[in-house]
Design a protein around this ligand. Structure first.
Ligand SMILES: Cc1cc2nc3c(=O)[nH]c(=O)nc-3n(C[C@H](O)[C@H](O)[C@H](O)COP(=O)(O)OP(=O)(O)OC[C@H]3O[C@@H](n4cnc5c(N)ncnc54)[C@H](O)[C@@H]3O)c2cc1C
Length: 341
């Protein structure tokens, strides 16, 4: 059981900044995210796009903003459960909450802050009838730890940046990489397409196009895939492999949060604008996932909401302590952490 003061569901920009605001009040945070990395939409959808409306930063790449937010909150030592989706939330008799993920990891906290954005990003799965039998047994939709592919024979499917970038990266550590795409043209960045072509010419990536995987071979674990060439002949053949990694992108779904008894309006959670509390005491919602009159789905709104929610969380998590407002320029907590006078 992981215990913390504030359990934050969602490690996007809102969740990360809320860690900083809570840290100033000496509240410890733990974050859960369904993605294997932090940053939410900024790192999953547009890490290399410049953002122009972060106050004080005339221009900053979304990936850079994520790195900066992590650096800013690192001093408060947040915990992370990444690559797991918060599935159930149960209120205990003592008023605390237990949140369990789809992988069974349990977290206990006196306060829960939902910073779930558009919802958890779920992989788009290819229509292969027996694929669910092999999930986590050789079929992975998200690459969490590239090391598991060292010296392995892998097949990747997809035509976007993710499929191209991972083919390039894994060609350095896997024994064999095959990239299958249903078209001859790829959608990803031109330099990645050229790099894959170069690796193909050097015999380091086996490129099979236009083609699709139609079936998975194996009993308890993937041993190969059946590939259908999209040509007039409809030729089919089997390719032996240890892992099949379909990378067809991720789409956000509100998912399990919809079943937690919260007031939901158009896939967002209703909150007040003083504490950003939901209809359930002790459960807050901030960032893109919350709604109230005038709500703007912007990163700066999430920062503001996180700052106010952190103060409300303090009053709940530390009922016997007095809340004192401090500027960061004068914050003793911050100076102690940073070792400054
Ligand atoms: C292409 C694009 C460009 C944009 N440009 C700008 C811009 O210029 N300026 C601006 O201000 N905004 C911009 N935005 C919007 C901005 O990215 C969002 O407002 C911001 O990401 C919201 O942050 P968040 O932390 O609330 O949610 P998100 O960034 O969506 O993060 C939420 C996280 O919660 C996780 N999550 C959800 N449910 C669960 C669950 N049950 N269990 C575990 N994890 C869960 C998700 O996996 C996700 O990582 C842009 C968005 C896009 C798509």
């Amino acid at each position: 059981m992981i215990t913390t003061d504030i359990l934050i569901i969602g490690a996007g920009p809102t969740g990360l900044f809320a860690v900083f605001e809570a840290g100033l009040l000496k509240l410890k945070c733990h974050l859960i995210d369904a993605l294997p990395q932090i940053g939410g939409q900024c790192s999953e959808i547009y890490p290399k796009k410049p953002i122009y409306d972060i106050p004080g930063f005339p221009e900053i790449l979304a990936g850079e903003l994520t790195d900066n937010l992590m650096e800013q909150c690192r001093q408060f030592q947040p915990g992370f459960t990444l690559g797991e989706r918060a599935e159930t939330m149960e209120k205990q008799a003592d008023g605390t909450f237990i949140v369990t993920t789809n992988k069974g990891t349990k977290h206990q906290a006196s306060v829960v802050a939902i910073a779930g954005g558009l919802g958890s990003f779920e992989p788009r799965k290819p229509p292969i009838s027996n694929i669910s039998n092999f999930e986590d047994h050789g079929v992975e939709y998200i690459i969490k730890d590239p090391e598991i592919y060292r010296d392995k024979n892998i097949v990747i499917a997809g035509g976007g940046d993710s499929a191209l970038d991972w083919s390039i990266f894994l060609s350095k550590i896997a024994s064999k990489v095959t990239l299958i795409h249903r078209r001859n043209e790829f959608r990803g960045a031109l330099d990645s397409v050229e790099k894959v072509q170069e690796l193909k010419n050097k015999g380091l990536v086996n490129l099979v196009t236009p083609a699709e995987v139609t079936s998975i071979l194996g009993h308890n674990h993937v041993t190969g895939v059946t590939v259908k060439k999209s040509s007039d002949s409809d030729e089919e053949f089997n390719l032996m492999c240890d892992h099949f990694i379909p990378l067809f992108g991720l789409s956000p779904k509100l998912g399990p949060i919809a079943n937690w008894g919260l007031n939901i309006e158009k896939k967002t959670i209703e909150v007040d604008t003083e504490k950003f509390e939901t209809n359930q005491k002790g459960i807050y919602a901030v960032g893109d996932i919350c709604t109230y009159p005038g709500k703007l789905k912007l990163i700066l709104s999430g920062f503001h909401e996180g700052a106010l929610a952190a103060r409300a969380c303090f009053k709940l998590a530390r009922p016997n302590e007095k809340y004192r407002f401090e500027f960061t320029t004068a914050s003793k907590t911050l100076k102690d952490r940073l070792g400054k006078k």
